[in-house]
Design a protein around this ligand. Structure first.
Ligand code: ATP
Length: 230
């Protein structure tokens, strides 16, 4: 079943067109990786899905329904959550306060179950956490809303390999539990190892769509592994 479908999607910023007519489908309950070199349009594509960047032409459907005109808030209400690059947590608030902002009456503690290390830091300000802990907080905050679709931008960026691996394993587990997960990653091998489907973007267009095993020579222009350095 198709969760999200972009057709001939064009989007950009002022005079810059970042997506030049993208056709792309995201399968429901699967983990889809979005790869490509810097500036290829990956963040723009996630932003279009989340409603942060409007489509100029083309269409976006969600479970068969046109949602191009939906606001970000409407998408969040219906279960589409974005964890942006840079995490977007409130540095001056504690871990618990960050969660409470989004908890809407739910128990923020439940969101921490996936990350025991954060549980121990409940009273600590988010700005004083390590990069990995801040990313865990950003993901926990999104999970509090029980998303149906989770959009993860550069989840492992700047993190130690074992922390990155922990977060990527969680993304895999969420997809196994039926969540639709779209993962933008800068390290191809780690993403390909866990993805069900992969789309490669190059200069605002899709240059490959398929299964990870089909990409035998790696992804052009993309660092293969976090272990190879960036
Ligand atoms: P990266 O891995 O570097 O984040 P990306 O694949 O996510 O790259 P985007 O960030 O989507 O690529 O950028 C696509 C194109 O849009 C690039 O040419 C970029 O310079 C341009 N762009 C992105 N954001 C803006 C902005 N806010 N204003 C103007 N141009 C932008």
């Amino acid at each position: 079943m198709i969760e999200l479908e972009l057709r001939r999607a064009r989007a950009g910023y002022g005079p810059v067109e970042a997506l030049h007519g993208v056709d792309l489908a995201v399968a429901a309950g699967r983990l889809t990786a979005l790869l490509g070199p810097n500036g290829a349009g990956k963040t723009t594509l996630l932003s279009v899905l989340a409603g942060l960047v409007p489509l100029r032409t083309g269409s976006l459907s969600w479970q068969g329904k046109s949602v191009s005109g939906w606001s970000v808030a409407e998408r969040v209400r219906r279960g589409m959550l974005l964890v942006p690059e840079g995490r977007g947590t409130f540095a001056g608030l504690t871990v618990e306060e960050n969660l409470r902002v989004f908890a809407r009456g739910r128990d923020p503690g439940a969101a921490l179950a996936a990350f025991p290390v954060l549980e121990a830091r409940r009273g600590q300000r988010a700005g004083s956490l390590s990069g990995g802990e801040q990313q865990m907080l950003a993901v926990s905050r999104a999970l509090l809303q029980r998303p149906r679709v989770l959009l993860l931008d550069e989840l492992s960026s700047g993190l130690a390999p074992q922390v990155a691996a922990q977060l990527l394993a969680l993304a895999r587990r969420l997809a196994d539990e039926g969540m639709t997960v779209v993962l933008v990653e800068q390290y191809a091998d780690e993403a390909l190892a866990i993805a069900d489907h992969v789309h490669v973007l190059g200069r605002g267009s899709v240059v490959f769509s398929g299964e990870p095993g089909e990409l035998v020579d790696g992804v052009p222009g993309v660092t293969r592994s976090v272990r190879a350095g960036s």
